[in-house]
Ligand binder design. Structure first.
Ligand code: F6R
Length: 362
């Protein structure tokens, strides 16, 4: 049942405020963050490795920034298909974390099995609680996204981010990197996020118009810095998988190390940049694109839009949110750009060619 939507993907995008609110309810009590038993002693963790595929991997890349910056835990992130055959050494004090919507992805499961008996503990962040990955973990954290039918992952991604952020905050608290009141303040912001997300869904028209213009492009680049780098990666993956438009993402600072050679009037560049401490750097990359005739789609907030002026081809303005929560909110325009571009091109949005929802063979 598509609930009145044209596609499951549209339904699942629109569901995000509700599923995020449910997930928060499952993890938050009046006293703060509650993890399922047996919990985890973050005090003793020396290092984390996070492993996944595709969109789930981009959730891990985002989580790396959170765990390092908020909790001070060094994090290594890897693609499961590389990790499993590289068979990296796992030192004592390592917690291994696997993210998988289905919980059945063959490469991710093989990577988990490499860590079994080597890592101090195995955590997983899953949507399907009865899955192999959940069963073989010491602690499985459900994302509470509900069944995801569209092949392109949407609500599972934001719900993965949500659980990973809660975990990072729990770690920050346990390690004395954030005070209880700092955590409580951010949790209040997080509780407000479903409402903010709803407000952002109301900006669908401008995103659809932009996507319809993007639909004619053969190549699209995505740029982001810091927490927006993994979001740029996710935006490019989403666009290529359902609209079949070639899309690549780069860390903004990498632009001048090669990709800038691709810029011309036919290559739109989506710049994801809320007005945070990295904004000016990214805007200067945006100016470099504009100077070479590249049409820029700037996704930012009101302050960012005001500061960037009107040089961008299109500006999509997101509601304001705490800078640490931007990945959850900026997933939305990334998803909607891909969705509307695919609809404009008439592709099979829920069942894109050559793709399967669950990759249980390598
Ligand atoms: C992209 C997408 C895939 C999955 C990947 C991992 O939209 O859905 O990239 O994220 O195949 O799948 P899970 O999370 O089930 O391990």
């Amino acid at each position: 049942d598509k609930g009145g939507h044209k596609h499951f993907m549209a339904k699942e995008i629109a569901e995000q405020p509700v599923v995020l609110a449910n997930a928060l309810q499952a993890y938050l009590s009046d006293d703060g963050i509650v993890l399922p038993e047996p919990g985890i002693d973050f005090d003793k963790v020396e290092r984390m490795v996070m492993v996944a595929c595709g969109t789930a991997y981009y959730a891990c890349v985002t989580a790396k920034y959170w765990f390092e910056q908020l909790a001070g835990i060094p994090v290594e992130v890897d693609i499961a298909s590389e990790f499993r055959y590289r068979e990296p050494p796992i030192s004592k004090g390592t917690v291994a974390l696997f993210v998988s919507q289905s919980g059945e992805t063959a490469d991710t499961l093989a990577a988990l099995r490499h860590c079994t008996g080597r890592a101090d503990s195995i955590l997983s962040v899953v949507n399907v609680e009865s899955s192999s990955i959940a069963r073989e973990s010491d602690l499985a954290l459900p994302i509470h996204a509900g069944t995801e039918i569209g092949v392109a992952s949407t609500k599972a991604f934001t719900c993965q981010l949500n659980v990973l952020l809660l975990l990072a905050l729990r770690a920050a608290e346990a390690r004395g990197k954030m005070s209880n009141s700092e955590v409580a303040t951010l949790l209040d912001e997080l509780r407000r996020l479903p409402g903010v997300f709803n407000a952002a869904l109301g900006r669908d028209d401008i995103i659809r118009e932009t996507a319809e213009d993007l639909a004619d492009a053969h190549d699209v680049l995505f740029l982001g810095r810091g927490l927006m780098f993994p979001l740029a990666l996710e935006g490019a993956l989403k666009l290529k998988e359902i609209s079949y438009i070639h899309a690549e993402a780069y860390a903004s600072g990498e632009l001048k190390h090669g990709p800038i050679a691709l810029i011309d009037h036919a290559v739109p560049v989506v710049v994801m940049a809320p007005r945070d401490h990295l904004f000016e750097k990214t805007v200067s990359n945006m100016q470099e694109v504009i100077a070479r005739g590249g049409p820029v789609v700037l996704i930012t907030d009101a302050a960012g839009a005001a500061e960037a002026g009107d040089d961008a081809w299109r500006t999509i303005v997101m509601p304001d949110v705490d800078p640490r929560l931007t990945p959850l909110l900026y997933a939305l325009p990334a998803q909607l750009l891909a969705y509307h571009a695919a609809v404009a091109k008439g592709t099979d949005v829920d069942q894109p060619r050559n793709l399967a929802k669950s990759v249980t063979v390598e």
